[in-house]
Design a protein around this ligand. Structure first.
Ligand code: CA
Length: 220
């Protein structure tokens, strides 16, 4: 899952990025409204965390522009002063949730996970598909008999597969959702990670659709 974190407080931004990366998210950070608006529109993020008090263009204006342009990405706004009018304005502009500063990282994480579950229509804290259970806390995958630890990218990739079972996922789409902006995004690397997952889960867990991509589980 890939997140856009729009925050001009560099300390806070770096701290949150480290924390969320540890939780298995790819996180891009931008610190001004113009970049934030551009990347939020051009990149298929899974969730956007948007500070309303951004330089150059306010978060509220950015959000309204996204929604006017048809960007449907779930947006969680961060409001510096926890005033009801800011929250209401943000929600009216199309935000899906909000958090008043200061907040606990765990609270932010819980809300991001809730937005992802809502967007992907999954309900469980742990993700279960075809007898495979992905444990978000330990970043491991298990079936009835065995459990495997996953590396960061393996976990992010498998999580994306399990949120879209039976759907053909192209290498490009997988690359977009698994890597951060400044990472070396070679889509051939996806192939390497798919093969590593097959070594753990068995060769039939992920099937290749020639020229189209990969499918986790049976094709819908
Ligand atoms: Ca700010």
């Amino acid at each position: 899952m890939r997140l856009l974190l729009a925050e001009d407080d560099v300390d806070l931004s770096q701290r949150l990025k480290r924390y969320l990366a540890k939780q298995g998210f790819a996180v891009d950070t931008y610190d001004n409204g113009i970049d934030v608006e551009f990347y939020g529109r051009e990149v298929a993020y899974d969730v956007i965390i948007l500070d309303l008090g951004l330089p150059q263009r306010s978060g509220l204006e950015v959000l309204a522009n996204w929604r006017a342009a048809g960007v449907k990405t779930p947006v969680l706004i961060l409001t510096a002063r926890n005033t009801w009018s800011q929250k209401v304005e943000g929600l009216q502009a199309g935000a899906d949730d909000y958090l008043g500063k200061p907040f606990h990282q765990e609270e932010l994480l819980a809300r991001i996970q809730a937005l992802i579950r809502r967007a992907t229509q999954t309900v469980a804290e742990r993700l279960e598909v075809n007898g495979w259970v992905l444990d978000e806390e330990t970043q491991s995958i298990s079936n009835a008999t065995q459990r495997w630890d996953l590396t960061g990218i393996e976990y992010r990739l498998l999580r994306y597969f399990m949120l879209h079972p039976g759907v053909i996922l192209s290498k490009t789409r997988l690359t977009e959702h698994v890597y951060e902006q400044d990472a070396d995004k070679d889509s051939n690397v996806i192939e390497v990670y798919v093969n590593r997952l097959r070594q753990k889960l068995g060769s039939d867990a992920i099937t290749t659709r020639r020229g189209q991509g990969y499918v986790f589980g049976e094709l819908k």
